[in-house]
Design a protein around this ligand. Structure first.
Ligand code: UDP
Ligand code: MG
Length: 316
């Protein structure tokens, strides 16, 4: 199979028939063998009924339906697990991404040898409240991830070599950083294509302003994970050891001062009046705690249970 198209959706019933028809048209025009995987992320409108109807007319349409709203990342992750195509395309359901971009994305993966190609909504049709913070977000993401050639990390329209989607785990709100996830997994040939963007035709945006706060926290997590994720002891152990050493030196210092002052008639040193006494205590305690945190972190990373169990109510 040439292409798997994964469409995560949450209450997008009005858009689905038009989107499906458009995808089918592009696929037929280029003669691709393909599948469309709709991941219904707990929609409360009749999105899933619409999908069932569409599927009756086209055997290439498959769907997974979550029993509640888990988020775009779990939806993508679930779609990725099921994808069979050589090239995997993700796109939003709201008609903001154009299926006409698929052939060129497909070509970039199969001929130019990219692992991942991200869309770039160079000319965006979204409110200013969204486009300005997004610029800042992308600048930070570029810096932290070291992927300097991407302008638009969070574009819903992306293409992947199949192998890539099978080796990344998109959870929480990590869909904003998929290129970073891919890079951390060892897929470094990451490209970009300017894509057409349209204003949302039906329905409303599903993400509020909290996206920016959560976005930065997730970036911090990813940075930490990619640096120390499988070796937390390297950071906590180092911090802990440093603190312990500083605390230990301070303890020795106050003890020496105490001993010296005991032999002197003129000078008396009170342990508890010395700032070094308190520093030594704080640093030694913190040091031990950091060290233990590192150990616990190591233990946790070696015990990853089933993290991606989402309750699925229906699937075909
Ligand atoms: N979406 C989803 N689960 C959610 C939120 C969004 O599957 O909890 C889907 C949504 O239906 C759409 C895509 O993710 O297909 C992008 O969402 P949206 O268009 O609201 O984001 P925006 O374009 O405003 O960034
Ligand atoms: Mg949208």
């Amino acid at each position: 199979m040439d292409i798997s198209i994964i469409v995560p959706l949450y209450n997008e019933a009005e858009s689905l028939p038009e989107l499906t028809e458009w995808i089918q048209r592009v696929m037929a025009m280029h003669g691709y063998s393909y599948e469309i995987i709709f991941v219904n992320d707990g929609s409360t409108d009749n999105s899933f009924d619409v999908i069932k109807k569409l599927a009756m007319q086209n055997a290439a349409i498959h769907a997974v339906s979550f029993s509640r709203n888990y988020g775009k990342s779990p939806a993508l992750n679930t779609g990725f697990a099921r994808a069979k195509g050589d090239v995997v395309i993700t796109m939003d359901a709201d008609l903001q991404d154009s299926p006409d971009e698929i052939p060129e994305l497909y070509r970039m993966i199969t001929e130019d040898g990219y692992d991942l190609v991200s869309g770039w909504k160079k000319k965006r049709y979204d409110p200013l409240s969204k486009t300005i913070p997004t610029k800042l977000f992308n600048a930070t993401a570029r810096k932290v991830s070291g992927i300097n050639n991407l302008h638009d990390f969070n574009c819903g329209l992306k293409a992947y070599r199949r192998e890539v989607v099978k080796h990344i785990e998109v959870y929480g709100d990590m869909h904003r950083y998929i290129p970073y996830l891919a890079k951390n997994a060892g897929y470094k040939k990451i490209g970009e294509k300017v894509v057409h963007h349209q204003a949302r035709k039906y329905g409303v945006s599903k993400f509020g302003l909290d996206r920016f706060v959560n976005g930065y926290l997730d970036l911090a997590t990813l940075w930490f994970q990619s640096k120390f994720g499988i070796k937390p002891m390297h950071i906590f152990g180092l911090l802990g050891s440093l603190m312990f050493i500083i605390g230990f030196i301070a303890v020795v210092t106050v003890l020496i001062m105490k001993i010296v002052s005991m032999n002197s008639d003129t000078y008396h040193f009170y342990l508890t009046k010395s700032v070094y006494f308190y520093l030594s205590m704080v640093f030694m305690v913190l040091g031990v705690q950091f060290f233990c945190t590192g150990f616990i972190g190591e233990l946790i990373t070696r015990n990853s249970p089933e993290r991606n169990n989402y309750l699925i109510s229906e699937e075909f």
